[in-house]
Design a protein around this ligand. Structure first.
Ligand SMILES: Cc1cc2nc3c(=O)[nH]c(=O)nc-3n(C[C@H](O)[C@H](O)[C@H](O)COP(=O)(O)OP(=O)(O)OC[C@H]3O[C@@H](n4cnc5c(N)ncnc54)[C@H](O)[C@@H]3O)c2cc1C
Length: 242
């Protein structure tokens, strides 16, 4: 098997490295020392079109594959201390794949282009104070109330939550005891991160990663849902709702 990069893949690596060189160590040190999110770095990658590398062209992406996206993130990781540059952009690159797979056309048109263009930033909320790798035990609960879901729960280690406009959130819509298989009854929501209903707290983090990761969100939040257009994935019963 030949694992060498194609000329196009090599060109991607070189372009990304060139872009990263605009952000020397001093930039990252400043971000880390000030607890600042690397907004300029994120904007530079959005403006150059890299955030949509793995998304179809009809939503503003480049239509390339996960291999090319991985090469991009690998190059960014090599160029930024502790890979913190990758942490600032990887959700924009990979995070909305569930929308692409399970969302309807209206959801794709509404959600994907703003992420690719860098107009919106999102975070991904899985981990909970008592639920790390054992995701099936997560306690955050989403309960249908009319045309809305009300979500109660607590998440920790949510990278970039402090600057996120949106949150891709996993919650239980059915208790594990009510379902045949504990992988059932888990749903994904993509929602505005509305600070009126969510409390964010800083999670102590180590030097080198202070600028992007680790905020804690808690309490309850509320958002509109359009469940009529939500789609179920037959294999896992995981639904995607927004
Ligand atoms: C910098 C940083 C950024 C992060 N960003 C995010 C984010 O954006 N969103 C998010 O949702 N989470 C995020 N996380 C959380 C991360 O995904 C979790 O730390 C990870 O899921 C592990 O969970 P845990 O730390 O609770 O470990 P645990 O689940 O408690 O595991 C601890 C150790 O026990 C081992 N272990 C666990 N279960 C078993 C088993 N059954 N058998 C044998 N060994 C086992 C594990 O391999 C591990 O070594 C982030 C974490 C860090 C450090």
């Amino acid at each position: 098997m030949n694992f060498s990069l194609t000329p196009d893949q090599q060109a991607i690596r070189e372009s990304v490295v060139n872009l990263c060189e605009k952000f020397p160590d001093a930039y990252w040190l400043e971000m880390d020392a000030g607890d600042d999110y690397p907004l300029e770095f994120h904007k530079t990658f959005a403006d150059a079109g890299w955030l949509g590398i793995a998304m179809p062209e009809r939503y503003g992406g480049s239509g390339l594959g996960l291999t090319e996206a991985s090469l991009l993130v690998q190059a960014v990781t090599e160029c930024s201390p502790g890979g913190i540059g990758a942490s600032a952009i990887h959700l924009n690159i990979f995070g909305l794949n569930p929308v692409l797979v399970f969302g309807n056309e209206e959801q794709k048109q509404r959600m994907i282009p703003p992420m690719i263009a860098g107009r919106e930033r999102a975070c991904f909320a899985v981990t909970e104070p008592n639920t790390g790798l054992n995701t099936l035990k997560l306690k955050t609960r989403a309960v249908r109330k009319g045309d809305r879901y009300v979500v109660h729960g607590e998440k920790v280690w949510i990278s970039s939550a402090q600057v996120a406009d949106r949150m891709l959130l996993i919650a239980r819509t059915q208790d594990a005891s009510e379902v045949r298989n504990p992988t059932h009854g888990l749903s994904l929501f993509y929602t505005k991160l509305d600070r009126r209903h969510v409390t964010l707290r800083r999670t102590p983090s180590s030097a080198g990663s202070r600028s992007t990761p680790t905020r804690c969100s808690s309490t309850a939040w509320r958002f509109r849902s359009r469940t009529a257009s939500a789609r179920k994935a037959a294999a896992s019963s995981t639904s995607f709702t927004a």
